[in-house]
Design a binder for this molecule. Structure first.
Ligand code: DP6
Length: 369
């Protein structure tokens, strides 16, 4: 079993003065939801997600060794990190505290961080403030870049260690980010029947996945693009002392076992039951927190009801899931794409803000550019 100390490096064998790396990392959509955590970003229950393909963050990391010899530079404050943050090429001060916090959390695992000045240049393929969380793709893309730098310092590093530690670091930035390093189906959190699963990082789902899930589609309906009233961080925190927390965490294990069997059998009716129940349970946890809150909007419910009606009438296996917001992810197999897209056009687009939606599908994970 891995422990966090396995990710504290020993001596580096190489040096590097400056350079840059560039990675893209996708967003992911959870089927069994992560909601509730312990200290150090340890999840209260295991989760599983589809890695997406089109919704991505692309991050370039420039790095340059800082001159920290006192004779040359004077009393340089090496107790602080040095980085510039650019979003779509322009300085973005309001993202800096989040990155600062991330660097503080990962420094023990990447002890070289204060030796360099970094330029982090990041952009998303999906519209800014679309209500799509960019923290998963963003933290994953940044973690990949830092691992590229660590690999330059330790060229003997195995690929396995590279990806595992990238996911481990991404988790410390944002829990769900650890599921964005790899594709197509990723499990995060200890689960008895899933060998290799860990609370510390995401792993590729190790068992058979039926052809029904190949190129599974996710059309993201943008219902509300405004700032969320309650952040995920606050929401996770409200699972402490939540009256239904223990039962919910147990249920997540049960649902992950069910999905494991469903991935093998390809039974889409059963898939739909687990996935929709997970989505509504997530929001039920929000509604039964103290303080309680609601992230769904009237149009979220309109869409859910329209999907149920369409599914009843056509027997087409389309379902929905939700993350911590009002947007709806419409999930369906590739072979019914035409019919479902027509349905979305005809009946669901009216419920989207400015008629906007994003077509995505299951994908492979982070890519070096
Ligand atoms: C509802 O990963 O955004 O999307 O670890 O605090 O950054 P932090 O939370 P975050 O929470 C995601 C919650 C979710 C469910 C999920 O993706 O599993």
């Amino acid at each position: 079993m891995f422990t966090a100390t396995d990710f504290i490096p020993k001596k580096y064998t190489s040096t590097i003065e400056n350079g840059n790396f560039e990675w893209s990392a996708p967003s992911n959509i959870a089927l069994v939801k992560y909601w509730g955590k312990k200290d150090n970003q340890i999840p209260a229950n295991p989760s599983v997600s589809f890695t997406l393909n089109n919704c991505k963050t692309i991050t370039k990391l420039g790095f340059e060794k800082r001159d920290i010899s006192p004779e040359v530079s004077g009393p340089l404050n090496v107790t602080s990190f040095s980085f510039d943050l650019l979003f779509e090429g322009k300085p973005k001060e309001d993202f800096k505290p989040k990155i600062q916090k991330f660097l503080e959390r990962i420094e023990v695992y990447l002890p070289f961080l204060k030796n360099y000045h970094f330029t982090i240049d990041t952009q998303n393929t999906f519209p800014h403030s679309s209500g799509i969380a960019s923290s998963a793709s963003g933290m994953a893309a940044l973690a990949m870049n830092f691992m590229s730098l660590e690999r330059a310092l330790n060229p003997e590093m195995t690929n396995e260690y590279f990806y595992r530690k990238a996911s481990f670091l991404a988790r410390l930035g944002s829990g769900s980010a650890c599921r964005s390093v790899k594709g197509n189906v990723v499990v995060w959190g200890n689960q008895a029947n899933i060998g290799g699963s860990s609370d510390l990082f995401g792993v590729e789902f190790p068992h058979t996945i039926h052809a029904n899930f190949k190129n599974y589609q996710d059309t993201i309906l943008l219902v509300d693009k405004g700032e969320k009233q309650v952040s995920s961080t606050v929401g996770h925190d409200l699972m402490h002392n939540h009256p239904y927390a223990e039962r919910r965490f147990a249920q997540a294990h049960e649902n992950l076992d069910k999905l494991t069997a469903i991935f093998e059998s390809g039974n889409l009716d059963e898939f739909i039951k687990v996935v929709e129940s997970e989505a509504l349970t997530l929001h039920a946890m929000m509604m039964t927190s103290m303080p309680y809150f609601i992230l769904m909007k009237p149009n979220t419910l309109q869409i859910i009801n329209a999907i149920w009606k369409f599914r009843n009438e056509t027997q087409i296996p389309v379902c929905f899931t939700l993350d911590a917001g009002a947007n709806v992810h419409v999930l369906y197999p590739e072979n019914v794409s035409d019919k479902v897209l027509q349905f979305i056009q005809d009946e669901l687009v009216v419920f989207c803000q400015n008629g906007q939606y994003i077509c995505d599908q299951i994908g492979e994970g982070a890519i070096a550019l």
